[in-house]
Write a new protein. Structure first.
Length: 260
């Protein structure tokens, strides 16, 4: 087991849920990486934003790229080095606003890498503007009149775009650990949305208490229609219960093998 910590000072707000994501990711990777040779088999990519600082806190090779360009960077890495295990990290602004066109096509391509979206429902680093997943009625300094447009449903978007692994968890290190372990076993693009309330600009709406695990229900993750139904249960505005876990998983040819 290798310690993947770095000497970089962690500048997330104290108690930020990003710490939970970092801990979950570290737990999985530190168990897998036993030597320097193992460490060289992994690469990470992050965008721009609070989430992106995770790049500085993991002692792994990779690229801290431009805002919204995590996915083409991961894809390029997989084209050049299909043997690498690549993990991308984005915020919801990074993934669903700046990088949206990449997201749809990446799901369609099914390149064999993993993608974690830290969804805090705001552009946090730039102090709280709404993103495509901010709920109707959200008010902030830049939008005192409140958000009027309905949010995107990323789980439905990923299902419709052809993603082969579609999951959502809450920002709890154990949930992140569990889902990343499953994603790493998956051959193809794995989309993982992490509900990560921003303690400063988008306070927790009690999400954790409302979550329930799909694994503990009769949910059949190979059934597209069931996955779609589950995806409709939570849309950021209606918050009765929030399914977490793997919504959908299927097998499809992998980009690197199809386009040689
Ligand atoms: C192309 C580009 N557009 C805008 C910005 C300004 N910017 C920097 S961080 C940021 C917000 C990032 O929000 P998100 O991706 O949700 O990540 P978070 O900070 O919430 O983790 C923005 C808009 C930028 N750096 N580059």
């Amino acid at each position: 087991m290798t310690n993947l910590s770095t000497s970089a000072k962690i500048t997330w707000c104290p108690k930020c849920y990003n710490f939970q994501i970092l801990e979950g990711v570290k737990k999985v990777l530190e168990r897998k990486i036993k030597s320097e040779k193992d460490r060289q088999k992994y690469a990470i990519v992050s965008g721009i934003g609070c989430h992106a600082k995770i790049f500085d806190y993991l002692n792994l090779n990779g690229i801290n790229t431009l805002h919204g360009r995590v996915l083409p960077m991961c894809l390029g890495m997989k084209i050049a080095r299909p043997d690498l295990t690549v993990i991308g990290f984005s915020g919801d602004g990074d993934a669903y606003a700046e990088g949206m066109e990449h997201l749809i096509h990446t799901a369609r391509y099914n390149s064999n890498f993993k993608y974690i979206v830290h969804n805090n429902q705001v552009f946090a680093l730039t102090v709280g503007q709404p993103t495509p997943t901010t709920e109707i009625g959200f008010k902030g300094k830049t939008i005192p009149q409140g958000v009027k447009l309905p949010p995107l449903n990323p789980i439905k978007l990923m299902l419709a775009s052809g993603a082969t692994f579609v999951a959502r968890v809450f920002a709890d290190s154990k949930q992140v650990e569990y889902v990343l372990k499953q994603a790493l076993k998956h051959k193809g693009f794995a989309f993982i949305e992490v509900l990560q309330p921003c303690i400063i600009f988008h306070p927790d709406a009690g999400y954790k208490e409302k979550t329930y695990s799909l694994e503990k229900t009769k949910h059949d993750k190979s059934n597209f229609r069931q996955a779609w139904k589950k995806a409709e249960e939570f849309d950021y505005n209606t918050i009765k219960k929030i399914p977490v876990g793997i919504f959908y998983q299927t097998k499809k040819p992998v980009f690197e093998e199809v386009v040689k």
